[in-house]
Unconditional design. Sequence first.
Length: 87
Amino acid sequence: MSEKNVLNDQELEHVTGGEWRTVNTGDYRDAAIRSYPGLNAPVVATLHNGTQANATDWFEQADGRNWVYINAPVQGWIKGSILGYAY
């Protein structure tokens, strides 16, 4: 996992709400966490396959994809399909 914007253990203890989901890119690549929805948005962090991410109920569409905002273990936007959302 990239070290940008990573919450520390104390901050993670206070994460409430959302739904913990497993990162699965479908191959060997890490998942890009972006500063806003869209493929051209800057990458603020990456998460390895198998990492647990807390998905909020904040969804957006951009670049023909659905994006979800995560608030742990990093904060940013990830493609919804990587967290198993099939819409």
